[in-house]
Design a protein around this ligand. Structure first.
Ligand code: ADP
Ligand code: MG
Length: 253
């Protein structure tokens, strides 16, 4: 029995980026203007792709949304959503960004350390994230013992362990071979469609147009020198967004 929620989704913004400019180095002629008047809204329950040339400022924009850098001008706001905890953001990196001297379990626990979660609960939540992402049995392995795909699974587990509402992914599959990337994409989308992740929305940078079309509801095209959103492509190939349907939730829970 297929239950599909065809009701129109009410737009509810999770992130609002307004008039963001970013200059690296000194301002003025000697600085490098990377982002210029970037406007972007990420709605609840959508996957959005960001497509643009190398060096156009996509990673800078993601880092601004993650709070890792403060844009020179403009605002990144997280409007409160009724009856929900404040919006929180996690990021997944192209190069995985794992600590080579820590095991898989310890790498995932790192995600919780800054949050002052007690040791026992850290372990419990890290093991649950490891299980969710398909790394069961690899808890004691070190990153160098894992394939690229497994390493990125660790990156994903570390991002998910904090129960973020938004997942930012910076070319998450581009360091992987075609088949590994396909498997990881499918696994991630399955978790998303089954409502097994806390994630409400995903913003992902990719160079791969096919990947963007397969995964995203909308694709934002970024210009270079400086970076700015210049076009939006709506994609209709993805499955219906039925995570919000009470009937669907009753089926999967
Ligand atoms: P993209 O992710 O689209 O490839 P980036 O945001 O990484 O683009 O970089 C945009 C531009 O900013 C590039 O020219 C890059 O060399 C420069 N850049 C990135 N990070 C820094 C930094 N920390 N300091 C100075 N310049 C930087
Ligand atoms: Mg980049």
């Amino acid at each position: 029995m297929a239950i599909v929620n065809n009701a129109p989704r009410t737009a509810s913004p999770l992130v609002e980026v307004r008039n963001v400019r970013h200059i690296y180095g000194k301002s003025g002629a000697s600085g490098l203007l990377v982002l210029d008047n970037v406007d972007l809204t990420l709605q609840d329950n959508e996957i959005v792709g960001l497509l643009g040339r190398s060096g156009s400022g996509k990673s800078t924009l993601l880092r601004s949304i993650a709070g890792l850098i403060k844009p020179t001008e403009g605002t990144v706001a997280f409007p409160p959503v009724a009856d929900c905890a404040p919006t929180s953001v996690s990021m997944v990196f192209q190069s995985f960004a794992l600590f080579p001297w820590l095991t898989v379990l310890e790498n995932v626990e790192v995600g919780l350390e800054a949050k002052r979660v007690p040791k026992d609960e850290r372990r419990k939540r890290a093991l649950a994230a490891i299980d969710l992402i398909g790394l069961d049995g690899f808890e004691s392995a070190y990153p160098k013992e894992l394939s690229g795909g497994m390493r990125q699974r660790v990156g994903l587990a570390r991002a998910l362990v904090v129960d973020p509402s938004i997942l930012l992914m910076d070319e998450p599959f581009s360091a992987l071979d075609v088949l590994t990337a396909e498997t990881l994409r499918t696994d991630l989308l399955d978790l998303w469609f089954e409502g097994r992740m806390p994630i409400k929305s995903i913003l992902m940078v990719t160079h791969n147009i096919e990947e963007a079309v397969l995964m995203c509801d909308r694709i934002l095209v970024f210009s270079s020198n400086p970076g700015r959103v210049v076009a939006e492509i709506k994609v209709n190939l993805t499955q219906p967004r039925n995570r919000q349907s009470p009937a669907f939730r009753a089926l999967v829970e």
